[in-house]
Design a protein around this ligand. Structure first.
Ligand code: GDP
Ligand code: GDP
Length: 438
């Protein structure tokens, strides 16, 4: 179980970073810099009434402006939101509600994450109440007046945030493995689901998922409970509006977001399509564990090499997922169905895994002695001081270095490869954060 995450969003200049500093006090930023994206995400630890959580500043959220960075920033915010337990929307009490606040609120209302509305820059308590009241019109709940600069009102804000954090005694829920089955129409998702339900002993009960009309199914095998996410989406055979071939990628994205492990189902006779690649990309971006299931294996004429040739082809075309296991099955004959569940268990275990700091540093030390970090043209050599795992689901490792700029992509890939080689993590993405000394 990772710490609960609180995401801070809002348009630029409303005081998000000031608020984050206020909420997290002197606690240092523990992670930043995710490779390949333009805006850094900074996670910091906060403590309120004995609850530990992480606060992540998502950077300014802008909807009107069409600058080329916008999609990246929005992607960042979405990724941050998808892992957040609570979102704090920050607005500027002195400026009053703006069109940008309205678009952000409208967008947030469509997300499943609970929202707490912080009306910042309310230094005067009397005026603050009036200033805050203007923000009821955003329809995201009770506006809380506060001043990040003075600290007034931040306790009330944290009380509301704490109310929305997952209950400590709900932690048991984390014992269930949430499985999303995704793939194009007709690849055999519902046949696989039925096959699992046949494999898993006893209870199968449909229960409501968090998003509207999503029905989850619980199944138990041995000690383990599995929650199959959005089985209504899997079983929906025909969409009246769009015909049977309609493929709701958004529905698949939502299921991925709610899952621990994704079964990406492909049809052995079709190969890999662009839609499969989209799904694969999303699974990796969301940091979910994954098993690639190649179904309808019974329809393929095989010799001794067929599986290897298939594997090679898949690896070349699904390079997002070079860390997954693939399995060739038939929902029709039942071949290897049982084994999928074992792979799901394994992937879920790796996804939650925590590795001690000493083991991580052993790997780093060994990796660096084989292959020293690059030296810049000015003769500065990269130095990795130490590394530590900062979160799980997926495992994230922060590497503290003299200067992140000195570590280019190929060396970063080398280090990631060493972690994989030495620590396994099969079935789960891992994240490395390269963090400079200040
Ligand atoms: P961000 O872009 O949302 O991260 O905003 P910043 O935290 O950088 O703050 C933007 C500006 O608002 C800065 O000039 C801050 O000093 C100011 N500011 C932040 N919080 C408060 C506050 O509580 N009261 C007042 N009066 N100004 C604030
Ligand atoms: P979904 O749209 O992904 O849920 O796919 P379905 O489970 O409805 O399967 C689509 C079609 O493929 C149905 O006619 C199934 O009977 C067939 N099918 C599913 N799995 C297999 C399999 O392993 N082998 C063969 N030959 N057919 C399969």
């Amino acid at each position: 179980m990772g710490l609960p995450v609180v995401a801070i969003v809002g348009r630029p200049n409303v005081g998000k970073s000031t608020l984050v500093n206020r909420l997290t006090g002197m606690m240092a930023a523990i992670v930043h810099d995710s490779p390949g994206v333009t805006r850094d995400r900074t996670y910091r630890r906060a403590l309120w009434q004995g609850r530990d959580f992480l606060v992540v500043d998502t950077g300014g959220l802008v909807f009107e402006d069409d600058s080329e960075f916008l999609p990246h920033i929005r992607q960042q915010v979405m990724t941050a939101l998808s892992e957040a337990d609570v979102v704090v929307m920050v607005v500027d009490g002195q400026a009053g509600p703006t069109a940008a606040d309205e678009s952000i609120a409208q967008w947030l209302r469509q997300q499943p994450t609970p929202i707490v509305l912080a009306v910042n820059k309310c230094e005067s308590p009397q005026q603050g109440i009036v200033q805050a009241a203007q923000f009821w019109e955003l329809s995201v709940g009770e506006p809380v007046p506060l001043s990040s600069i003075h600290g007034s009102g931040t306790g009330d804000l944290l009380d509301l945030v704490a109310e929305e954090l997952p209950d400590l005694d709900q932690v048991d829920d984390a014992e269930e493995i949430k499985v999303a089955i995704v793939g194009r129409p007709n690849v055999g998702k519902s046949s696989l689901l039925n096959a699992f339900v046949g494999e898993t002993r006893s209870i199968v009960s449909p229960i409501s998922g968090t998003t509207r009309d999503a029905i989850d199914m619980l199944a138990v095998r041995g000690e383990q409970t599995y929650r199959f996410i959005d089985t209504a989406g899997i079983r929906k055979k025909k969409n009246v509006q769009y015909g049977p071939e309609f493929f709701s990628i958004n529905r698949a994205f939502k299921a991925i977001r709610r899952s621990d492990v994704v079964l990406l189902v492909l049809d052995a006779s079709d190969g890999i399509t662009e839609q499969d690649q989209k799904l694969a990309g999303r699974i990796a971006d969301e940091g979910r564990a994954c098993v690639v299931v190649i179904n309808k294996w019974d329809t393929i004429a095989k010799d001794n090499y067929t599986i290897y040739e298939f594997e090679k082809k898949l690896q070349a075309r699904l390079n997002f997922l070079d860390w997954t296991e693939m399995i060739f099955v038939s929902a029709k004959t039942g071949q290897r169905i049982e084994k999928i569940i074992n792979l799901v268990d394994h992937a879920a275990e790796q996804h939650q895994r925590r590795v001690t700091t000493s083991v991580i540093n052993e790997v780093i030390e060994e990796a660096v002695s084989w292959h020293s970090p690059p030296t810049s043209r000015q003769g500065r050599q990269g130095k990795i001081y130490y590394g530590t795992q900062v979160s799980s689901q997926p495992p994230a490792i922060a590497l503290f270095v003299n200067s992140p700029d000195l570590f280019k992509d190929n060396y970063r890939r080398y280090i990631e490869g060493q972690f994989r080689k030495n620590l396994g993590f099969t079935g789960t993405p891992i994240r490395l954060f390269w963090r400079g000394k200040r």
